[in-house]
Ligand binder design. Structure first.
Ligand code: CP
Ligand code: NVA
Length: 303
C-alpha cells in the first residue's frame, strides 16, 4: 500500500473525511467514558515545529500518549534542520525512525518536499498556505452542534489566509457554500477561488456576506510570519470585526468559530468569545479527537 499523506484536505476523499469526523466523535465518547484505546503502542510521531504552537503541539502529543505511543518534538533551534540540513535528507532519516511526521512550517512546498522523500505519512500541521488539521476539528465541531454541514452557508470574515484556503477546500469536500468577506487586496489564492467558483465567492461587504450564514469563522489579521504588517493590517481590516451584533445579522441558529489564538479588540470584539454562539472551546478540544482519528487512520488503516 502506498504511503498516504495529509498535506491538504484534498489528499483525502469526501467519504474518508466524513469517516474521520465521525471517528473523532467516537474517540471523544470513548475517552470520556474512560475506555483505554491504544492502537499505536510502540509507534512514534516526529513533530517538526518551525512556528509557535499551543493547541497543535499539545493535541498531537496527548493524542500519541492516549494511543499508547510516543512523540518527539523537533524545533529548528535544536536540530540540524535549523543548520541547513536538506529537507530531503531529514525526511529520509526521520522516516527510518518514526512512524509518522507532523510538520508546521512556512512555505507549503517544504511539506511537499518532505513528503516526497518520506517513507511514512506526513501531516501538515500548518503552512503559510493551508491548515487542514484545524478543518477536521471545525467540521467535527459543526457536526456536534448543528449536524450535517452539507448545503449550509459558511462565511469567512477577514484575511484570505491559510485557514481561509483550507475552508475553500472544505467547501468542496464537505459540500457547503462559502462566502468570503475579505478587504480588497487580502482575498485568498486566486487559483483556489477559480477552481472552486461553483461554491465559493468573495463578498467584500461583510454585512451582505453574513446574512443568513449558518457558520461564521474568522482568524487573526496578521498570521505568523506577517508580524511586520500588523499595523497596516489593523487599518485595512478595521470594519471586518466579528461581534455579537454582526452575528445577529446571520441565521438565528448561526454559530461562530475561530481557530485561536484570538486577538480580542481586533478580529473579534472583546465580548465575542463569551457569546453563547461561540463554540471555540469545543473547537479547540476537538483538535485532539479529530487528530486521533487522523493518526489512527494513517497508521493502522482501520476503518
Ligand atoms: N489553532 C492552532 O493551530 O493553534 P496553535 O497555533 O496554538 O497550534
Ligand atoms: N492564520 C494563523 C493561524 C494560527 C493557528 C497563522 O497562520 O498564524
Amino acid at each position: 500500500m502506498s504511503t498516504r499523506h495529509f498535506l491538504t484536505l484534498m489528499d483525502f476523499g469526501a467519504d474518508e473525511l466524513r469517516y474521520l469526523i465521525q471517528r473523532g466523535a467516537e474517540l471523544k465518547t470513548m475517552l470520556r467514558s474512560g475506555q483505554i484505546h491504544e492502537p499505536l503502542r510502540g509507534k512514534s510521531l516526529g513533530m517538526i515545529f518551525e512556528k509557535s504552537s499551543t493547541r497543535t503541539r499539545v493535541s498531537f502529543e496527548v493524542a500519541m500518549t492516549q494511543f499508547g505511543g510516543a512523540s518527539v518534538f523537533l524545533s529548528p533551534r535544536d536540530t540540524q534542520l535549523g543548520r541547513g540540513e536538506p529537507i530531503e535528507d531529514s525526511a529520509r532519516v526521520l522516516s527510518r525512525m518514526v512512524d509518522a511526521v507532523m510538520i508546521r512550517t512556512f512555505e507549503h512546498h517544504k511539506v511537499e518536499t518532505f513528503a516526497a522523500h518520506s517513507h511514512v505519512p506526513v501531516i501538515n500541521a500548518l503552512t503559510d498556505d493551508f491548515h487542514p488539521c484545524q478543518l477536521l476539528a471545525d467540521m467535527q465541531t459543526y457536526a456536534e452542534h448543528r449536524g450535517s454541514i452539507q448545503g449550509s452557508k459558511v462565511v469567512w470574515v477577514g484575511d484570505g489566509n491559510n485557514m481561509c484556503n483550507s475552508y475553500i477546500n472544505a467547501a468542496r469536500c464537505f459540500d457547503f457554500e462559502l462566502v468570503i468577506a475579505a478587504p480588497e487586496g487580502f482575498e485568498p489564492d486566486n487559483q483556489l477561488l477559480h477552481d472552486h467558483s461553483d461554491r465559493v465567492r468573495v463578498e467584500p461587504d461583510v454585512h451582505k456576506a453574513v446574512a443568513g450564514a449558518h457558520l461564521v469563522v474568522t482568524d487573526v489579521w496578521a498570521s505568523m510570519g506577517q508580524e511586520a504588517e500588523q499595523n497596516d493590517r489593523v487599518g485595512a481590516f478595521a470594519s471586518y470585526q466579528v461581534s455579537p451584533a454582526l452575528m445577529d445579522e446571520a441565521d438565528p441558529e448561526a454559530i461562530f468559530m475561530h481557530c485561536l489564538p484570538a486577538h480580542r479588540g481586533e478580529e473579534i470584539s472583546t465580548d465575542m468569545l463569551d457569546d453563547p454562539r461561540a463554540v471555540v472551546w469545543d473547537e479547540a478540544e476537538n483538535r485532539l479527537h479529530a487528530q486521533k482519528a487522523l493518526l489512527e487512520f494513517l497508521l493502522t488503516r482501520q476503518g
